[in-house]
Design a protein around this ligand. Structure first.
Ligand code: NAP
Length: 433
């Protein structure tokens, strides 16, 4: 009997899980990839930086997965709102939550609710034209911007603030963001790390890119770098990344108007300002057993924008066990949540790794289903979902609808840009339905 699987979330984790299911069961499986948006591709579309277009080429592979005759995209359907998880479990032989981690981890410091303080999910969503964040109020009128966190998302945000309009106009950065950047007063970008250069989680390419920006100079304080001999203990890739940070230290200040200042050993303690963010207060730290410990020495970093790039959380779904401590669904090592219910990608392992890390993750979930003896049991599957959604008047979209949105986005692109995303769901539906 044909097996039916519902995969919730049309991002990389969802598509790799679908690909694994296709490889395992061929024509003997029916797969519905359900997403709350009419557009697929998740973080490829709304997370990967617009000036990293080559990474986005992987969507061709996801498209091929979705074009298989046994696989559908069911867009504009939100699990927990339009359909409950137990309903899906009664319709499909297995359900996989590949919903990612779209919520910002809170900073939890006084003043973090002031206007001007945003999380990276919101800021990245803003420049990528995500429907949830396209309307974000981003104030670029102050010369300073503070970016909290020492991961690649922090680098992405710094690069977007530091690049020229010319450097970005050939990308799919949202028009509203490009317009805001064109008049941006931001000149001093600060990347705040609570630990040191050796503990930063930047990758080599991303750190190196900051050395090649048209109007911005990356600056590391020489005193923040450990003795060079200590780099030998680092894993080779990480050592290379640190080499870039070393190259940013001790350079004469050139004439580029924008600076990207790495502020290592600084822990954010408060955001201050009369009625909006005006400065970030940081405390100098030192490392104790690899942990950042405050020294009591405080500094103020003048800024009108604070972007917290400190990680993400998965959104809870009614009826699914969720851990506040983990910020995601607790699973076993293979991604099992409950009988018939699995998780893959960031919803399973937290916000870490590259896009490609999700591939083995998706395959291992399918292996777990095989080990669990998941088979076709005669459940209603996709046809049953159609009946349920129609009864509720839910206007779901399909992959052909997405292809129409895609064509409309390409058609309305700025000259030289690959697309201008449609951020209004109502407009997407008008095109897709
Ligand atoms: P990340 O690499 O985990 O970095 C998070 C940073 O936030 C760490 O430096 C962490 O410091 C810091 N942090 C956490 N809580 C904090 C707090 N309360 N106060 C101050 N700092 C805090 O996460 P990410 O940058 O969000 O990236 C997520 C994943 O996506 C990563 O695997 C990343 O490599 C990947 N990604 C890749 C690319 C790319 O390949 N181009 C681009 C974007 C994202 P500690 O280390 O001290 O905890």
């Amino acid at each position: 009997m044909t097996l039916s699987i519902a995969i919730i979330g049309a991002g990389p984790a969802g598509y790799y899980t679908a690909e694994a299911a296709q490889k395992k069961w061929g024509a003997d499986v029916r797969i519905d990839i359900i997403d709350r948006l009419p557009s697929p591709y998740g973080l490829i579309r709304a997370g990967v930086a617009p000036d990293h277009q080559s990474i986005k080429a992987v969507t061709k592979r996801y498209e091929a997965t979705n074009l298989a005759p046994n696989t559908r995209l069911v867009g504009n359907v939100m699990v927990g709102r339009d359909v409950a998880i137990d309903e899906l479990l009664s319709l499909y032989d297995a359900v996989v939550l590949s919903v990612g981690a779209p919520l910002d981890k809170p900073i939890g410091i006084p003043g973090d609710d002031l206007p001007g303080v945003v999380g990276s999910a919101a800021f990245v969503g803003w420049y990528n034209g995500h429907p949830d964040h396209a309307g974000l109020a981003v104030d670029l009128s102050h010369h300073g911007a503070a970016i909290i966190g020492n991961g690649n998302v922090a680098i992405d945000c710094a690069r977007i603030l530091a690049k020229t309009v010319d450097e970005l106009s050939g990308t799919d950065i949202a028009n509203h963001t490009l317009a805001a950047l064109a008049t941006s007063a931001v000149r001093d970008v600060h990347i705040i790390g609570r630990r040191g250069p050796h503990q930063a989680s930047f990758t080599t390419k991303e750190a190196g890119e900051l050395g090649h920006l048209t109007r911005a100079q990356a600056i590391v304080k020489p005193g923040d770098l450990p003795p060079e001999a200590e780099d030998a203990a680092l894993e080779p890739g990480h050592r290379k990344m640190v080499t870039h940070l070393r190259s940013f230290a001790g350079q004469p200040r050139g004439d580029k108007p924008v600076t990207i200042n790495f502020e290592f050993f600084r822990r954010p303690v408060a955001v201050e300002g009369a009625d909006k963010a005006q400065r970030l207060i940081v405390e100098t730290t030192r490392l104790e057993d690899g942990r950042a410990v405050g020294t009591g020495e405080l500094h103020a970093i003048p800024c009108g924008l604070v972007i917290a790039c400190i990680g993400y959380r998965t959104e809870a779904i009614a009826g699914v066990n969720w851990s506040d401590a983990l910020g995601r669904f607790p699973t076993d090592d293979a991604g099992r949540i409950a009988p018939g219910l699995y998780a893959s990608g960031w919803a399973r392992r937290g916000p870490s790794g590259t896009i490609g890390t999700n591939r083995p993750d998706g395959f291992s979930v399918i292996d777990a289903m095989v080990a669990d003896g998941v088979t076709g049991s005669g459940k209603a599957g996709p046809a049953g979902l159609d009946v349920l959604l129609a009864a509720r008047g839910v206007n779901c979209t399909d992959f052909a609808g997405w292809q129409k949105i895609d064509a409309a986005e390409v058609a309305q692109a700025r000259t030289g840009a690959p697309r201008e995303k449609i951020s209004d769901i109502a407009k997407m539906l008008q095109i897709a339905l």
